[in-house]
Design a protein around this ligand. Structure first.
Ligand SMILES: [Zn+2]
Length: 245
């Protein structure tokens, strides 16, 4: 899960047993560089599991969404969900009425053709036109049915996960912390001078930064202005000429 900041190889765990003269036995787990590079003598020092776990917990805490923010976001999400489903409901109802009317036109057209009121060429041309409009409407309806709520569940899961991070950090439980860091940063961690650090993200031109970086930045700026604690910049952008960050 970690790479060595000094030589770039993986960091591995090692168990050490200490026998004291009084008969007590102590077990320690260290994390250290594998030091397998032949062309480089890596001097990165080892770190104990406890120290590493505490550092990971503090890295995680930078992404812990406060419950007040989470409940505010959940309320906003529920409103958006309702709006989206109302908007798509109207569109779908109109489209379905239009599809039914196209279907009955097609039927009348077929009847006219069978009664030999219209010739084959006219029948085929009109049928193709009606069919194509019907098909495109049907496609729109099925896309909208799928898409209108497709972002709601992932967003809801994200809020719930982000607000559970502080509990994970407090528990200091290695497996839970590893899984959380994997979801947040893809385990882009390295060990340097006995400190677990995050690899800087690749530079991006996109103004839509990763949602985790946005949350982290929001937490930092909220901490810098405690009086505005509940006005998270991820909820409400600040006014001004600059684009919201
Ligand atoms: Zn190394």
């Amino acid at each position: 899960m970690l790479s060595c900041g000094n030589c770039g190889l993986s960091v591995t765990a090692e168990k050490k047993v200490k026998h004291q003269k009084n008969g007590n036995v102590h077990e320690y787990i260290y994390y250290r560089c594998t030091k397998k590079r032949k062309d480089f003598r890596c001097l990165e020092p080892a770190i104990t599991q406890n120290k590493l776990a505490n550092q990971l917990a503090s890295l995680l805490a930078d992404y812990a969404m406060p419950t007040a923010w989470a409940s505010k976001l959940e309320t906003m999400l529920a409103k958006d969900e309702q709006k989206a489903s109302e908007a798509s409901k109207d569109f779908i109802a109109n489209a379905e009425a239009r599809i039914a009317s196209l279907q009955s036109k097609l039927q009348r057209l077929l009847d006219g053709y069978l009664d030999q009121d219209i010739d084959q060429q006219t029948y085929r041309a009109k049928q193709a036109k009606l069919m194509s409009e019907k098909k495109s409407l049907e496609e729109k309806v099925s896309k909208l049915t799928l898409a209108s709520n497709s972002w709601i569940e992932p967003m809801r899961n994200w809020i719930s996960f982000a607000s559970s991070i502080s509990k994970i950090a407090i528990s200091c439980e290695p497996v839970a912390m590893k899984q959380a860091l994997l979801q947040i940063e893809g385990l882009n961690l390295f060990l340097s001078n006995k400190k677990a650090r995050l690899k800087p993200r690749a530079f991006s031109y996109s103004p839509q930064k990763n949602h985790w970086s946005a949350l982290r930045a929001a937490l930092f700026s909220a901490a810098a202005r405690p009086s505005e604690k509940l006005k998270s910049p991820i909820l409400v952008p600040r006014e001004g000429f600059e684009p919201p960050t």
